[in-house]
Design a binder for this molecule. Structure first.
Ligand code: ADP
Ligand code: ASP
Ligand code: MG
Length: 406
């Protein structure tokens, strides 16, 4: 008998009729003879509401208590889904993360799964039950509730599929697969039948929130067959796999973007060894992640140093930088939190020259000014002004011939 892990995101369980629709889908899978473990998210909007409630009480909510709060969203949906399944005559049982014992480290609000106890799940499956597990949550060795970072239910599903050695992990969502870019920004985006783990990981890291980054990392590491499908329409979705065969021989597979960026520049920094670490050290010590870094060629023994951070960390990074700059004797600090990052991704880039110039030409033709550039083997990212995001994505989508054939 085949074992599947299904994951249903917030929109797919957004109201009672949708929860019933999910129950119907699972019931059908059971009737086909499949064993099913289901992971669900909170109903759409619920996690955001909980975050807002916490912030209304504490400016920087206590991380332990935040996790106690955030984990409640998923607890509602597991119970409702188990009830909807039972109503259909389909035996089902729900478990929170700590009931399963999804053991995680103690880094609250962004915990990592370390181990999963599968005994009870296996026993329930053997009794013919559907097991419904709360996504996005775990428990520490000491019994504290943790959450796995936004979008974390994807990771719960993949981790369960890995430990249970499921035949496939199906991520049911509100789109019918992974597209060449977010269809909300470019309606002409094309659904991909397959994408490699490597490319999907790059797309997710560069801002495509269709899958949480860690879920793709996990699936790649444990070779979990992963498929993104719609919970509303039938279809085979997008398979994320190792093989590059069958991946259309495109130079570029997709375009990712991240609206959540901000950049900071220190001007007139003395050009001597150790400066980069003096500037970035205190930022890293404050647990702020740094993304792109650019240092200009020095003129008159001074240089400019620019880096990007998550927009949410902008103010804090600026405060830290202003202090460091005084100590370093740099001239001026400036920043911009109205910038975005747009990236093209594709394994085809490895064997082809001229992709970067094609990208820059296309953007120049539309008058999109590039503020920063960074490249790796299979991606090129540019930082542009926020107002150009849609234009840049659509321009590149067309320049690389990614649209659907009509
Ligand atoms: P869920 O609530 O099911 O977890 P998400 O909102 O996390 O759903 O992810 C699905 C959304 O991801 C889609 O509605 C779409 O707007 C967005 N998205 C971003 N990039 C892509 C892409 N390349 N392909 C498909 N969807 C994408
Ligand atoms: N409910 C959580 C969130 O909104 C986890 C998830 O949906 O994957 O981020
Ligand atoms: Mg999601």
């Amino acid at each position: 008998m085949a074992l599947y892990v299904h994951k249903y995101g917030g929109t797919s369980v957004g109201d009672i009729s949708r929860i019933k629709n999910v129950a119907e889908r699972i019931h059908k899978a059971r009737q086909r003879g499949d064993d099913v473990v289901v992971v669900v998210s909170a109903m759409s909007g619920e996690t955001n509401k909980l975050v807002a409630l916490a912030q209304a009480v504490q400016e920087r909510p206590n991380p332990r208590e935040m996790d106690v709060l955030l984990s409640t969203g998923e607890q509602v949906t597991i119970a409702l889904l188990a009830m909807a399944l039972q109503e259909r005559g389909c035996p089902a049982v729900s478990y929170t993360g700590w009931q399963v014992r999804i053991l995680s480290d103690a880094s609250h609000t962004k915990a990592r799964i370390e181990d999963i106890d599968t005994d009870e799940i296996i026993a329930d499956l053997a009794c013919g039950k559907v097991v419904v597990v709360a996504g996005f949550q775990g428990v520490t060795e000491d019994g504290d509730i943790t959450t796995l970072g936004r979008g974390g239910s994807d990771t719960t599903a993949v981790a369960l599929a890995a430990v249970l050695k499921a035949d496939e992990c199906l991520i049911y969502t509100d789109v019918d697969g992974v597209y060449t870019t977010d269809p909300r920004v470019e309606p002409r985006a094309r659904k991909l039948d397959r994408i490699t783990f490597e490319e999907m990981l790059e797309m997710a890291s560069l801002g495509s929130k269709v899958l949480q980054i860690r879920s793709v990392e996990f699936a790649g590491k444990y070779n979990v067959p992963l498929r993104v499908v719609s919970s509303f329409v039938e279809g085979s979705g997008t398979l994320i796999s190792y093989e590059e065969v069958g991946v259309e021989k495109a130079l570029i597979s997709g375009i990712a973007f991240n609206r959540d960026e901000a950049k900071l520049t220190v001007q007139g920094v003395p050009d001597r060894p150790g400066i980069a670490s003096k500037i970035l050290g205190p930022i890293a010590d404050a647990n702020i992640e740094i993304d792109m870094i650019v240092q200009n060629v020095a003129e008159d023994q001074t240089t400019d140093f620019t880096f990007t951070v998550n927009r949410g960390d902008y103010k804090k990074a600026m405060e830290i930088l202003e202090n460091t700059t005084k100590e370093l004797g740099a001239k001026h600090v400036k920043g911009d939190d109205k910038i975005v990052k747009v990236s093209i991704v594709g394994v085809g880039m490895r064997s082809h020259a001229g992709i970067a110039s094609k990208m820059f030409d296309a953007l120049a033709r539309e008058g999109v000014n590039i503020r920063m550039i960074s490249t790796s083997e299979i991606k090129i990212s540019v930082v542009v002004d926020e107002k150009y995001l849609e234009l840049a994505v659509r321009t590149l989508h067309e320049a690389f011939g990614l649209e659907q054939s009509e």
